[in-house]
Design a binder for this molecule. Structure first.
Ligand code: PBG
Length: 353
């Protein structure tokens, strides 16, 4: 496209000439600003849109009654007793949020080396699933599969001599998932990053007759500093010994994410997830373009905390930053987002009509 400058101006038209000299018109055929000139015009050419259908709302459950305990590092997020989790499920239904993800704060006295409480059919997650399904059978429920909320050492798997055991852990995760499916969970979401767990879970679920229970694998999950507030929320921050870098991915890697996703799809994942979200939008885009499978991103606790805290201080417009960040996931190719902002964002979407 040629960009030409304005033609010479007639000498006899002095006032016009003066004005034109002050701002000589560019002879542009293409002016991208035309499509931005008014809100209606921007709406007309908008490429991506965030709806309540895109949201999965993670909540934290804790033992007790009628309780909502704020989580200091996640302003606006509470730990909920099961009865209150049911109230939030009601809120999700009213806001047309399709699915809730459940995470437990396990009492320290119930945590052990093996994470045995994960296999208790009456643990907090299973209680919550049953209580929510009883009142709201049409709300989707996602359960995380990993041992970290239940282990005394805060790792996602079994440990021997400081090493996280892969195959032994997978065997326990399978039992955990079956307990959750039995309680009525709709989506099993392994977040542990052990090798081979998706295939083992699929086989076990099918073997037990849970043919319709979906698997959303945390396929490309990175060892990240952005999980800090979540570990406060489930109470594993203080107990975690070492880090998770022998099983979660190295944040330097991108091709490896495609291999992880490819394997999980081959093993039977119905949906895949990239986690964390905002710093890994490049991965979301590559995964979506390469596999064209339902692709989700987790805007994790640290990402939430940054926006919520800066918004709370008035350093940024928190609500606008929230919406902008969520739309960015859509633009990157995500089909949906797990986000602690889900109810707030849904309220905003509804208010805008
Ligand atoms: C557990 C799990 C984690 C998150 C989801 N599932 C933490 C971790 O791997 O240490 C993080 C979620 C968040 O930070 O919001 N395996």
């Amino acid at each position: 496209m040629a960009i030409k400058f304005g033609r010479p101006i007639e000498m006899r038209d002095a006032p016009r000439r003066q004005a034109a000299l002050a701002s000589p018109p560019l002879d542009l055929a293409t002016r991208l600003r035309r499509n931005r000139k008014a809100e209606w015009a921007r709406r007309l050419v908008r490429e991506n849109v965030l709806t309540t259908d895109d949201l999965i709302w993670p909540i934290f459950v804790v033992d007790g009654h009628q309780g909502r305990t704020p989580i200091a590092s996640m302003p606006g997020v509470d730990r909920l007793t099961v009865d209150q989790a049911v109230r939030d499920a009601e809120r999700a239904m009213k806001l047309d949020i399709p699915c809730i993800a459940l995470f437990p704060y396990t009492d320290p006295s119930l945590r052990d080396e093996q994470g045995s409480e994960a296999l208790n059919p009456d643990n907090l997650v299973c209680q919550s699933v049953r209580a929510i399904k009883k009142e709201f059978p049409d709300l989707g429920l996602l359960c995380d599969v990993a041992l970290d909320p239940f282990t005394s050492h805060g790792h996602d798997g079994l440990i021997e001599d400081g090493r996280i055991l892969n195959d032994e852990t997978v065997a326990v995760l399978v039992r955990q998932a079956l307990v959750q499916a039995e309680a009525g969970c709709d989506i099993i979401a392994p977040s542990d990053m052990m090798d081979g767990r998706v295939g083992a879970l699929r086989a076990a679920l099918d073997g037990a007759g849970f043919l319709d229970v979906q698997i959303m694998s945390y396929a490309a999950k990175y060892a990240s500093a952005f999980y800090g507030p979540f570990r406060d929320a489930i109470g594993s921050a203080k107990t975690l010994t070492g880090d998770k870098r022998t099983y979660q991915m190295d944040s330097a890697n991108s091709d490896e994410a495609l291999r992880e996703v490819e394997l999980d799809i081959a093993e039977g994942a119905d949906m895949v997830m990239v986690k964390p979200g905002m710093p890994y939008l490049d991965i979301v885009r590559r995964v979506k373009d390469t596999f064209a499978i339902p692709t989700f991103a987790y805007q994790v606790s640290g990402e939430y905390a940054m926006i919520a805290a800066a918004g709370g201080h008035g350093w940024i417009d928190g609500d606008r930053a929230m919406m902008e960040s969520l739309l960015a996931f859509k633009r990157a190719g995500a089909d949906g987002i797990l986000t602690y902002f889900a109810p707030k964002a849904a309220e905003r979407i509804k208010a805008q009509g």
